[in-house]
Write a protein that binds this ligand. Structure first.
Ligand code: PEP
Ligand code: MG
Length: 568
């Protein structure tokens, strides 16, 4: 068994075809006929451009415009005067075209690959792809035609370049294994777009295997088996069937409403960290954003983002969602989230310290900047404010007071905003849960943060492996707390959502339906799974199960009963 990066989900089983690297060696020579060499170079570039734009067009038609952009990017790069200009200069100085291409490309590859940014690294691999194509053209080497591989082929390559991928016939390629590449590399993006299971970054993959070996590619777990024994093979054949069945079942939920088996409509939102994720949420069919973790904007910066910078990010998310709710959580730092430029004090107990709303209310100037940015963004969609780590009524009152001040200021200055902008409260501490009835009178909505609620209720550091056995949302203490919070919200007539990880847990979903949760906020990739599970439970069935669960005394009894009752 070999491990790699799980880059495209699914199980592929098939016969290996190793894509050998071409020998691109050449003899570096001094050129007398500079004009002739320049023409040879120009012809190679023209051939590259022609083939690349044909491939881009083909990818656009077969896969999609976003994926075609990768190859179009190559065209832009080769047309960049710096790159071609540098190569031309070297040829003019008497270098052969191959040496000019190699030297200039290697210079850019070296520059980009040193940068600590995945996009820049990707640019290095784009230039490497361009270099290989140009050298092949100059040396008259023809590519292996991947479009001719038979059905059930598992492709094994050092890297799968966009040019190779454009030849893939989806029905013939069962899986992809490469030696390099990460989750966001072009090969990963294209494999996902083609829905071909792929495991990348398997060290020495091309030398470990030979043509016609049998391979299992588990693109969900990032695992590869070569010539597996009968038991492993049969296990994976069943796994593959299950995956295919589940996928087709899930596809049926795309574009549908989120409803229980007996027709209760629920909201299925997404958790995001950046405006870019908002696009993903929409693509994954999220019905809104239930948690925009605004701290990522602060963490990805070397300075405190200005009001305008924050406004731009919140507005972008609001516009992407096109009027659907976007719940922006105000800065939740401290605990395990440090932001170096804020120079926060080291604390003995950071999880119990100066964090989240406590820090914000203690640093009102910067908090006002964030709240102003959010309120301004409310003119561009259905934006809501959510306050993290609330433990007492004063905190939510103070935030509402700041929002009221901002509204007054905006009215005076004629700055547009949504007059009905809501201010909600995260319930993620035992204190907030115990006074949920009081908080419900102040807040416009609740969202339960089970990640922290579990940590604080169980007195367990959520990142400490030694006590991880206690960190479970299925602990009776946590379940009682969740049920109580939802009841308090319902009694006060405010909506209650959940944005902790538990909202997407298939075992938890029936309990949440029974308790009366109305909004589930999950990772975008889990939207369809959550919608599918919700559709399988009626309120009456969920109530019957919840009644039994709430009568049990231990976490393990609860988990066992929920597993037995799970609907596949
Ligand atoms: C939570 O605590 O459940 C939550 C959603 O917030 P975070 O995981 O960002 O602390
Ligand atoms: Mg939290």
């Amino acid at each position: 068994m070999y491990n790699g990066i799980a880059a495209s989900r699914g199980i592929g089983i098939g016969s290996i075809c190793v894509i050998k690297e071409h020998d691109l060696s050449y003899e570096s020579r001094k050129i007398e006929d500079v004009e002739g060499e320049q023409k040879r170079f120009n012809d190679a570039v023209e051939k590259f451009k022609k083939e690349t734009s044909e491939m881009a067009e083909d990818i656009r038609k077969r896969i999609g415009p976003k994926e075609a952009e990768i190859l179009e990017g190559h065209l832009v790069m080769i047309s960049d005067p710096t790159m071609a200009g540098e190569m031309g200069k070297m040829i003019a100085a008497g270098q052969c075209a191959e040496a000019a291409v190699e030297a200039v490309c290697d210079m850019f590859i070296g520059m980009f690959s040193k940068m600590d940014d995945e996009l820049m690294q990707q640019r290095a691999s784009d230039i490497s792809d361009i270099k290989i194509s140009l050298l092949k053209n100059l040396l008259g080497i023809e590519d292996v035609d991947i479009s001719k591989v038979p059905q059930g082929t598992v492709l094994v390559a050092k890297d799968l370049t966009p040019s190779m991928t454009s030849q893939i016939v989806k029905d013939n390629v069962a899986g992809i294994i490469t030696e390099v590449g990460g989750k966001t590399s072009h090969s990963a993006i294209l494999a996902r777009a083609l829905e071909i299971p792929a495991v990348l970054s398997v060290p020495d993959a091309t030398t470990l295997v030979k043509d016609k070996d049998t391979a299992i590619v588990d693109g969900t777990e990032g695992v590869v088996y070569i010539n597996p024994d009968g038991d492993v093979l049969s296990k994976y054949i069943i796994k593959r069937e299950d995956f295919i069945k589940k996928q087709s079942e899930l596809a049926a939920f795309q574009g549908k409403e989120t409803v229980t088996a007996d027709g209760i409509n629920l909201e299925l939102f997404c958790n995001i960290g950046t405006p870019k994720d908002a696009k993903k949420a929409v693509e994954c069919d999220g019905e809104g954003i239930g948690l925009f973790r605004s701290e990522f904007l602060f963490m990805d910066n070397n300075h405190m983002p200005t009001e305008d910078e924050q406004f731009a990010a919140y507005k972008e998310a609001a516009e992407i969602l096109g009027g659907k709710p976007v719940i922006i959580r105000t800065l939740d730092i401290g605990g395990d989230k440090d932001i170096p430029y804020l120079n926060m004090k080291k604390e003995e107990n950071p999880f119990l310290g100066y964090r989240a709303v406590r820090y914000c209310l203690g640093n009102k100037d910067s908090y006002l900047i964030q709240l102003r940015a959010i309120v301004r963004a409310s003119a561009f969609g259905k934006v809501k404010i959510m306050v993290p780590l609330v433990t007492c009524v004063e905190e939510i009152r103070q935030v509402k007071e700041l929002v009221a001040q901002i509204k007054k200021d905006f009215d005076e200055k004629g700055i547009a905003y949504d007059k009905d902008i809501e201010v909600g409260c995260m319930i993620e501490t035992p204190a907030a849960s115990l006074i949920a009835d009081l908080l419900a009178k102040e807040a416009d909505f609740f969202s339960i943060g089970t990640n922290d609620l579990t940590q604080y209720t169980m007195s367990v550091d959520r990142g400490n492996a030694d006590v991880a056995y206690l960190y479970s949302t299925f602990q009776p203490a946590v379940l009682r707390s969740i049920k109580h919070i939802i009841e308090c919200g319902r009694n006060a007539g405010i909506p209650v959502g959940m944005c902790g990880e538990a909202a997407a847990d298939p075992l938890m979903i029936p309990l949440l339906i029974s308790y009366g949760l109305t909004e589930f906020s999950v990772n975008p990739v889990l939207v369809l799974t959550a919608r599918c599970i919700i559709s399988k439970w009626s309120k009456a069935e969920a109530d019957a199960l919840a009644e039994k669960v709430m009568a049990l005394s231990t976490e393990s009894e609860i988990q066992s009963l929920l597993k037995e009752s799970a609907k596949e």
